[in-house]
Design a protein around this ligand. Structure first.
Ligand SMILES: NC(=O)c1ccc[n+]([C@@H]2O[C@H](COP(=O)([O-])OP(=O)(O)OC[C@H]3O[C@@H](n4cnc5c(N)ncnc54)[C@H](OP(=O)(O)O)[C@@H]3O)[C@@H](O)[C@H]2O)c1
Length: 309
């Protein structure tokens, strides 16, 4: 697949979401055809992205859209943060990832002309939480998010084409994803460290996240898990300092861990613990980050430039 030279067709399942829309915009900008599979949408956007309805629970007529695709990207899944992690919510989070993953793998394996590459979202939560550096060959953790990632990734082992597991860190954008909530306390002059402030945050600028997806699509020598994270993860304390500086707000009000646990329940792990994931594969293969540093990233995002595609 030579995406930068020829027009390719890329199918994005779950393409209506945050990452899917930015990936589609980048691919369209680079001259590729993009089809997004959605459970509800069937239209064509102004930028030329075609939405096709599909049933993520079963292989069916919709699979015709995969014909002649060069790449299939699976970004499906109910949002992890937000609703409390009850048993029913956890089942939804699992089901909304494992079922589309299994369906797409089955569909691709049944094709006469399958795509040359299958990319699937996962997360650095795969590694669990802790203090040490983790890279793609580190072992899995055993908390809820780690088990979720393991089960989400499992069907991909059976796909009969080159496959890449996109283990995303927190993808940063000024108005979408996790960053707006992370910045809210700072905006109202109540910002500071969360819990111990020592927990790691593996993050990446939205522009680098979509550039990295396009990079791994193109590079036929890349297969298996790839950390989609910036090269310098930071501790929560550093995030607070940079966020305060970018917003010109104080950062002296710490929130104790027990309050976060009381407010968020088990989901507090998203903010009270983290992991120090390094993008070993991207770095080894020569991917050049436009935003390797968090201070410049926040400055860029919060002054409004750099995310226009
Ligand atoms: N954003 C991040 O910082 C981040 C970090 C780590 C991992 N990830 C993972 O990367 C993927 C994409 O992230 P995102 O931020 O773009 O998520 P998003 O904005 O929530 O979009 C996910 C898309 O998945 C589809 N979807 C939801 N439930 C589904 C189900 N039961 N079956 C099939 N499709 C379903 C939806 O499309 P339709 O409603 O149109 O069908 C939705 O637009 C997610 O799996 C997410 O967990 C994201």
């Amino acid at each position: 697949m030579h995406m930068s030279n020829n027009t390719s067709k890329v199918v994005i399942a779950g393409g209506s979401g945050f990452l899917g829309r930015y990936l589609a915009a980048l691919l369209r900008h680079d001259g590729h055809d993009v089809v997004s599979l959605s459970r509800t949408r069937s239209d064509v956007t102004q930028t030329g992205v075609q939405y096709v309805r599909w049933d993520p629970t079963a292989v069916g007529d919709w699979t015709a859209v995969l014909e002649h695709a060069d790449a299939v990207v699976n970004l499906c899944g109910e949002t992890i943060s937000g609703k409390r992690w009850t048993d029913a919510r956890k089942a939804d989070l699992l089901e909304s990832r494992c079922t589309p993953s299994q369906t797409l793998v089955t569909a691709i394996n049944g094709m006469t002309n399958p795509p040359s590459v299958y990319l699937q979202a996962s997360g650095v939560g795969y590694y669990g939480t802790g203090e040490g550096v983790v890279s793609e060959n580190s072992s899995p953790g055993d908390d809820f998010l780690a088990r979720l990632a393991g089960r989400w990734e499992a069907p991909v082992a059976d796909v009969g084409v080159r496959s890449v597991l996109l283990r995303f860190g927190v993808v940063l954008h000024a108005t979408e994803g996790a960053l707006p909530m992370m910045l809210l306390p700072f905006r109202v002059f109540m910002g500071g460290t969360l819990a111990t402030g020592r927990q790691w945050l593996s993050w990446i600028h939205i522009l680098d996240a979509v550039r990295a997806m396009s990079f791994v699509m193109e590079r036929s020598d890349i297969e298996g898990p790839v950390n989609i994270t910036a090269p310098e993860p930071v501790r929560n304390k550093t995030f607070a300092t940079f966020a305060g500086a970018a917003l010109n707000r104080p950062t002296f009000l710490p929130t104790p861990g027990f309050i976060l646990h009381w407010l968020l329940g088990e989901q507090a792990i998203l903010v009270t613990e983290g992991q120090q994931a390094h993008p070993t594969i991207l770095t080894q293969r020569g991917f050049v980050f436009r935003f390797p540093k968090l201070d410049k990233t926040l400055e860029n995002l919060l002054t409004g430039s750099g995310t226009d595609r």
